[in-house]
Write a protein that binds this ligand. Structure first.
Ligand SMILES: [Ca+2]
Ligand SMILES: [Ca+2]
Length: 333
């Protein structure tokens, strides 16, 4: 008895599924003038005296269902809408931001780093004296430390453990320092094991990557890209490019954007696409926190200048990068 009941229910759902499948074949997301149009049930669209309304990113065409020579077999209440997705503008919702406008570092969002980093021939000290929010910006300071001739200070702060989106559109308006043995970066790191060897080494960036939205490495260019599977050779892999921007540092601010979806990554500079990645192996699918950092380098092969020869810094001056705002949007549908 129970067996028969299960069989009947199964056949019923299978029939519903097949019907939906058949209807789905005909359902349209767009239309061509001069051809037959179908509604979302795959039925020929029949809407006399139709009108279009726009509601929550969808256009609906409603009308009265009529067949020539017959009375109305279907009330307009039962008719299904014909839907055209509004692809003219993608809908984004602001889910995180810091405008840096209240002269106080928001510690619910950010952790200012206290770290020591060894370079080839200099040591870099990051501490809370090197990051300051004022005048509508978050400042990152660069200076020669009074610890020793080879010790330098630069600020770093991140949202680790406080805010880490998966996918979204990130945008930051920032004054990147003109590199001369020092540089500014806006980047992301995975909250999980993605960049930790050996656990994160799976041949992909799916489990997390270092995502560099901007690394200000050259006077007339900057670097962007991703690194995955840790930093140790031979597992470490990377993909990215140098974006040439003549006179990049003649303008105080630029806007650096990053669009991250399950299918692609797009990098923007002042609203223009400067790089995109679509290889499924390169798309991270886990949470990444935000990172802003200043760095100093002595001898190096990737950055303009050498901090030991930076006269401005060597004379005891403070150089600064600053961020007007950072905003993160998430897609609505
Ligand atoms: Ca990996
Ligand atoms: Ca601001």
């Amino acid at each position: 008895m129970l067996k028969n009941l299960v069989l009947i229910i199964s056949i019923f759902f299978l029939a519903c599924y097949i019907e939906q499948l058949q209807a789905g074949k005909k359902a349209q997301k767009n239309f061509v003038p001069g051809t037959e149009w179908f509604d979302t049930n795959g039925k020929p669209n029949n809407a006399h005296g139709g009108g279009v309304i726009y509601h929550k990113s969808q256009y609906y065409w409603h009308g009265k269902h009529q067949i020539e020579g017959k009375s109305d077999p279907q009330s307009s209440l039962k008719s299904k809408p014909f839907i055209v997705n509004d692809s003219s503008k993608t809908k984004w919702k602001l889910t995180f931001s810091d405008e840096f406008n209240d002269n106080k570092i928001d510690t619910c969002k950010w952790t200012v780093e206290n770290t020591i980093k060894k370079r080839i021939d200099v040591t870099l000290y990051a501490d809370s004296n090197q990051v300051e929010e004022k005048d509508g910006n978050m400042f990152i300071y660069y200076r020669k430390s009074n610890i020793s001739d080879t010790a330098y200070n630069a600020g770093r702060f991140n949202s680790k453990g406080k805010y880490a989106p998966t996918y979204g559109f990130l945008e930051c308006r920032m004054h990147v320092i003109k590199p001369n043995g020092h540089q500014t970066a806006f980047w992301m790191m995975p909250e999980g094991i993605g960049m930790k060897a050996p656990d994160g080494v799976d041949g992909t960036a799916n489990d997390g990557a270092e995502i560099d939205i901007v690394e200000g490495t050259k006077a007339h260019a900057y670097s962007l890209g991703i690194h995955w599977d840790g930093y140790a050779k031979p597992a470490h892999k990377s993909n990215g490019r140098l974006v040439k921007v003549p006179n990049m540092h003649d303008t105080e601010y630029h806007i650096y954007g990053f669009e991250w979806t399950p299918r692609y990554l797009i990098f923007y500079f002042d609203g223009k696409v400067v790089a995109s990645m679509t290889d499924p192996k390169l798309i991270p699918h886990v949470a990444h926190f935000l990172y802003f950092s200043g760095s100093c380098f002595g001898k190096n092969d990737w950055l303009d200048g050498d901090i030991r020869k930076n006269e401005f810094i060597q004379s005891g001056n403070t150089d600064k990068a600053y961020i007007d705002y950072v905003r993160v949007y998430q897609k609505l549908n």
